[in-house]
Design a protein around this ligand. Structure first.
Ligand SMILES: C[S@@+](CC[C@H](N)C(=O)[O-])C[C@H]1O[C@@H](n2cnc3c(N)ncnc32)[C@H](O)[C@@H]1O
Length: 428
């Protein structure tokens, strides 16, 4: 039941064999004295600051991270060694110096003043132990296991992870948040949804899911969960947006916990705002859970850094679902052709030949590298490399199908190995 960084006991106090009594300290506005500013302190300080403690740090030196906390005023730092009397007014103390003698003296002062104190060098000589802690949605988990801090951390991780992804069944007994959660599911790999999205999915009564996104997760839902397919397959079966909105409204009004699971991020070409507006019209609360957009994650999964230093200082995400000469197009392709930055195009497979031709006509070099990444982050991911001159024909010949992300720019040619070849690294 040791403080995580504690060494085995050097002194054996009368209470060493007794179980610790767990308690939650409410430290807001209360003085906490921290002696020493090394790695242990660096790990502990954020939680003390988050608890609102009035932290007085005493140490001749500090790690850069601790120093930064002092600079921003989160903790008060006195650059000196411990001297007797430093624990005056403290409610709690953290003793972590690299001087065993100072630690012993501070520990004795804490005992005399009845200040609970943790020691990083000698758990048995301390009056308090730090549990392994973690948090998930308002729940604090604190684990003490005896002389095995790694086990404490492992138990903590298992519980927090289970709460986050919903695999640990711990239903809320308070009233559940009513309404609809618009959850960004990420690009398709089920591991790329956020922990909040996954937890809401595990708590849902009704899930309305798109074709894109982490569809594998739907298989894991318990049988009582109603899954509605809102697949919008191009030129195929189509659930009109209005029908989706109506389904959201109807189930939310029936008091169900509704998750609208969308591919990528709900607000990146995802019609998420239209759904939020439809819900607002009916006074239905809506929570937006951001997701990992395919516009960044799919290039990354295919090994493309959209802003490689020295090559691109901007990247633009555009939709190519209407051709450049279509009067409905809102994209200024001529202006995009004039930039040096990376272009990331979604929904552009059908129009890629026309788009590439337009970019070249307006000045982008015809030999600009282009990558097309189909079904990124999934088991069937494939990447096609071409140039602006060849991409239209290559996409057709290779049978590239949506969903695909097109990346245009010099960054496409950069690989981890290319830094070793002259002229392809950074610095241009
Ligand atoms: C209607 S948009 C939705 C974008 C989504 N909200 C996002 O943030 O990723 C659909 C387009 O996203 C791209 N896309 C989504 N998931 C993809 C994936 N796994 N691989 C390649 N492209 C993907 C494709 O360009 C597809 O046509």
């Amino acid at each position: 039941m040791a403080e995580n960084a504690a060494e085995p006991a050097a002194e054996h106090s009368a209470t060493a064999d007794k179980a610790a009594y767990p308690v939650g300290l409410r430290l807001a506005g209360r003085r906490v004295v921290v002696l020493g500013a090394g790695q242990v302190t660096q790990r502990r300080l954020p939680a003390l600051v988050a608890a609102g403690a009035d932290v007085l740090l005493i140490s001749p030196s500090a790690t850069p991270a601790v120093e930064a906390m002092a600079q921003t005023g989160e903790v008060r730092w006195e650059r000196r060694r411990y001297t007797p009397g430093d624990l005056d007014g403290a409610w709690y103390a953290l003793i972590t110096t690299d001087d065993p003698e100072a630690n012993r003296a501070a520990s004795a002062e804490a005992e005399a003043r009845r200040v609970w104190a943790v020691r990083s060098d000698d758990a048995d000589a301390a009056s308090a132990w730090t549990p392994a802690t973690g948090r998930s949605e308002g729940v604090t988990v604190a684990v003490l296991t005896g002389q095995d801090p790694r086990r404490s951390a492992a138990v903590r991780d298992a519980i927090v992870e289970g709460l986050r992804d919903g695999t640990l069944a711990a239903p809320h007994h308070r009233v559940r948040t009513k309404g609809v959660a618009l959850v960004g599911g990420g690009p398709g790999d089920p591991d790329l949804i956020t922990v909040r999205g996954r937890r809401l999915l595990a708590e849902a009564d009704v899930v309305i899911a798109d074709r894109l996104g982490p569809r594998d997760l739907l298989d894991e839902l318990p049988p009582h969960v109603e899954v509605i397919d809102a697949a919008k397959i191009p030129h195929g079966r189509f659930m009109a947006q209005e029908a989706i909105n109506n389904a959201l409204i109807e189930h939310a009004k029936a008091g169900k916990a509704v998750v609208r699971l969308k591919g990528g991020d709900p607000f990146v070409f995802g019609r998420g705002m239209e759904e939020a507006q439809a819900l607002a019209e009916h006074g239905i609360p809506c929570t937006v859970v951001p997701g990992i957009s395919s516009s960044i994650s799919v290039p990354a999964a295919a090994g493309i850094s959209v802003t490689h230093r020295g090559l691109a200082q901007e990247f633009t995400v555009a939709s190519g679902h209407v051709a450049p000469d279509d009067p409905r197009s809102l994209v200024d392709w001529a202006a995009l052709a004039g930039t040096r930055g990376t272009l990331v195009l979604l929904m552009s497979v059908e129009n890629i030949a026309a788009i590439a031709g337009t970019l070249v006509r307006h000045g982008r070099p015809a030999d600009t590298p282009v990558a097309v990444v189909q079904e990124g982050t999934t088991a069937t991911q494939r990447r096609l490399d071409a140039t602006l001159a060849t991409v239209g024909e290559r996409v057709r010949a290779e049978g590239i199908r949506p969903p695909a992300v097109v990346v245009i720019g010099e960054v496409v040619a950069v690989t981890p190995e290319s830094a070793l070849r002259p002229g392809t690294g950074s610095g241009r």
